[in-house]
Design a protein around this ligand. Structure first.
Ligand code: PEP
Ligand code: MG
Length: 768
């Protein structure tokens, strides 16, 4: 990792210093040749128009070959690497049947070859090749490093290509924006939790729109200021990249490389300079003008990937403007928000990827933002920082003022501005309870009052969340939602990328890892799969149904899972199972994958367990049959509730109460009874019900002793459990089963919680 970071840093520095973006690749191959200790390092770029992979940069081959050596995808080792999107790592390449010899390159002396597909943005954009005289395949550490560099370099090439397209693109079209304001402040929660604080409206980011028409009378001075501002912005960008990389290894931290490329792009820089010298516009106004011009061009480009890069372009132009302002006014500190002494909530219309990396996050209690969704970079960073965040809160910026009081309830996905006293009082209880529970972390495993051990594990979706396991006392990972890794990308991550991420999660966990295979479709779309529109996606091609429709995707996915499993203890969990045939299918697929790994002599975990989610009623009804074919089940109460009650799962307030309904509790009691007679099989609950203190004693009463929940709520649940004996739990469940409604059950639970001096769980709805 240390060496990788050094290489990445070197690459970033090169991008920052080199004037012409065309030179960047040449510098990079030199850095790689030096750091990876190889004789030849080259990059082949795919040219769509000619359908050829063209040698674009090389260190070690004859420089005259650049631009002349080319091959179509599928031809020669490099063409095959590109077409199959797989690394090729062999000795004696010239003996390989697909080897093609190109004269005049100096290649004949080379006895080992590695080709690495360079992939990003849903596409392979070229191939990185490493060659050596030494006759032996490259070591796993070099393979790993080259693999990790692949998205970084591909991004770079993609952006260079995009800038070329921009330079030659036609006149812009007008585009309409359609954002409606609303007085109901609901959003999408990206982190569990409740927060209360004073609003700080993050407004600085309007600079590009607000820049006034200003002129100057000293071209030289203005151009000098421009150079200084560029240098300062490049420096900051490199720092941010290093920070992002250390925090969120799943996401391509190389987004900041794209920023550097923008800061080097001749077309953009020349246009700004032209505005200054020919039109006598001030530097600030010139930047804003050029930004707007390019923004229109971006939006006009048909390619989605390019359009999505607009946010990065905007981010970098804003930071450039900020540098100009700081330098012009001789301000030293680049931080735009002073550290707050009180808890504060950041409210913004839009947040840039860089904003959260620069904010003084001390006392930052929550984030509310009009734009952005669960897979945005801001969401990922909020998760990494453990800050409750509600995104997509349309219209809030028109309603809040600085210093307003806000309560952010990520469980119910609501924001309250200047809430009335009764709401404040309710939340005070809740806040105090969760603060107390969080700060008082009881060491050791969770236990009922009469000493029955209960396993509390964590639900995670990012590598960085593994650090929460120890912090909140989780016994391993009970639900690793792998879909995040796929959803934050706009391309299908290959086996090696998946393996990298899974192996980090597995090796950083302090216990078993229940890794749920990709659960997408329905409410979790994937940008790069063309899942046809369905009238009722919740009942459509989601979970296992989608995986069966894309067997290659599942095969690759399972290879990565089994390989990573070797680093710890894994349990593989299949989502949305509704028929036995699906279990047979995954069993057969696992066998096939194991055989192929064995054949290829690749190490993998052979001692994994196989489980299914119980989230479709048919599985509950046929549970006795299903468990004959699996090692364990995990009850996904979020979906099970949705399908049992025909209740949209997004309707969180309703489903919280539904989980306490006697009907649903009967289902849980029946599940518990089935497993009591099959102690060799495992049963756990991983839906939100497992993190609901009112529900957990009832689940224990049903015989369930294994729960998985957001790590943060573990201390609260642990404390709750310790206040009840197993017998009490069984009695409570029996009482609840005799009741008629969830309201009655909730009232019984609240009374007993009060009597035991536990928190008053007003509306505790721990979210994901
Ligand atoms: C569930 O459905 O309860 C569950 C845990 O899965 P998800 O919320 O990821 O659909
Ligand atoms: Mg589910």
């Amino acid at each position: 990792m240390g060496k990788l970071l050094t290489v990445l840093r070197n690459i970033s520095e090169v991008i920052a210093k080199v004037e012409d973006s065309g030179e960047v690749l040449t510098k990079i191959v030199k850095i790689l040749a030096r750091n990876l200790d190889v004789d030849v390092c080259s990059v082949y770029e795919y040219d769509k128009d000619s359908n050829q992979l063209i040698l674009t940069a090389t260190c070690g081959l004859n420089p005259d070959a650049v631009g002349r050596v080319m091959m179509p995808p599928g031809k020669g080792l490099t063409g095959i690497c590109f077409k199959n999107k797989e690394i090729i790592n062999i000795e004696n390449p010239s003996k390989h049947p697909d080897y093609i010899f190109f004269g005049n390159t100096g290649e004949e002396k080379l006895n080992s070859y590695m080709g690495v597909p360079l992939a990003t943005g849903g596409r392979v954009v070229g191939v990185l090749t490493l060659q050596r005289q030494k006759q032996e395949p490259f070591s796993p550490s070099i393979v790993d490093m080259a693999r990790s560099l692949s998205p970084q370099m591909a991004n770079l090439m993609l952006n260079a290509g995009m800038l070329r397209s921009l330079a030659s693109s036609a006149e812009p079209k007008n585009l309409e924006s359609s954002s409606k304001s609303s007085s109901i402040f609901k959003g999408v929660a990206v982190n569990p939790g409740v927060a209360r604080g004073e609003v700080f409206k993050f407004k600085m980011r309007d600079w590009l729109n607000e820049a006034e028409h200003e002129t100057h009378n000293d071209v030289k001075k203005e151009l000098e200021l421009f150079e200084k501002a560029l240098a300062r912005t490049r420096e900051n960008t490199i720092k941010m990249e290093t920070r992002a990389l250390a925090m969120i290894s799943e996401a391509d931290a190389s987004i900041f490389n794209a920023h550097l490329l923008f800061l080097e792009d001749k077309t953009i820089l020349d246009e700004i300079k032209r505005e200054i010298s020919v039109e006598s516009h001030s530097l600030e106004f010139s930047i804003a003008l050029v930004f707007k011009r390019f923004e229109k061009k971006f939006l006009q480009l048909g390619d989605n990937t390019f359009r999505e890069r607009l946010i990065d372009f905007k981010d970098v132009m804003l930071r450039l403007l900020e540098s100009v302002k700081m330098l012009r006014n001789q301000l030293e500190d680049s931080s735009v928000i002073e550290t707050k002494s009180k808890e504060w909530i950041l409210a913004a219309h839009e947040l840039m990827p860089s904003d959260l990396l620069r904010l003084p996050i001390d006392n930052l209690a929550g984030i509310v933002c009009e734009k952005g969704g669960v897979t945005s970079h801001v969401a990922i960073l909020a998760k990494a920082f453990e800050i409750p965040a509600l995104l997509g809160v349309t219209g809030i910026m028109n309603k809040v003022n600085n210093y307003d009081e806000i309560i952010l309830d990520c469980h119910a996905e609501k924001v309250y501005i200047n809430p009335p006293e009764n709401i404040k009082a309710q939340f005070d209880d809740l806040l105090k309870a969760s603060e107390a529970a969080e700060t008082k972390i009881v060491e050791g495993p969770a236990m009922t009052a009469d000493g029955i051990g209960i396993a509390l594990r964590a639900n995670i979706s990012l590598i960085c969340e593994t650090s929460l396991l120890k912090k909140y006392g989780a016994e391993g990972i009970g639900l690793y939602r792998t879909e995040f890794l796929f959803m934050i990308r706009d391309y299908l991550p290959g086996e090696d990328i998946q393996y990298d991420v899974f192996s980090k999660v597995v090796s950083e966990s302090n216990g078993d890892v229940t890794l749920r295979v990709l659960d997408v479709g329905g409410d979790k779309p994937l940008n790069f799969l063309n899942i046809p529109h369905e009238e009722n996606p919740a009942l459509g091609t989601r979970g296992i149904r989608l995986l069966m429709a894309y067997p290659d995707l599942l095969r690759t996915h399972l290879r990565a899972v089994l390989r990573a499993g070797r680093l710890g203890r894994i349990k593989i969990l299949f989502p949305m199972i509704s028929k036995l045939e699906e279990v047979y299918f995954v069993r057969a697929m696992l066998k096939e994958v194991e055989e192929s790994l064995k054949r290829e002599q690749i190490e993998y975990a052979a001692d994994y367990r196989v489980g299914i989610m119980v989230e479709v009623p048919s599985v509950f009804i046929g549970l006795n049959k299903f468990i004959e074919h699996v090692d364990f089940v995990s009850v996904g109460t979020n979906d099970l509730l949705q399908y049992i009650f025909a209740l949209e799962r997004g309707n969180s307030a309703e489903s919280v109460f539904a989980c306490l309904s006697p009907v649903f509790l009967q289902i849980m009691a029946d599940i518990g009874a089935i497993f009591r007679s099959r102690p060799e099989k495992g049963v756990s609950v991983c839906g939100e019900m497992a993190g609901n203190p009112l529900a957990v004693p009832l689940l224990i009463g049903a015989g369930i002793k294994d729960f998985s929940m957001p790590a943060k709520v573990i201390p609260l649940i642990k404390k709750t459990i310790s206040a009840f004996s197993e017998k009490e739990c069984r009695d409570l469940l029996q009482n609840a089963l005799r009741m008629d409604s969830s309201d009655e059950v909730a009232a019984m639970q609240k009374n007993i919680f009060t009597a035991k001096g536990l928190i008053k769980p007003v509306e505790i709805i721990p979210g994901k």
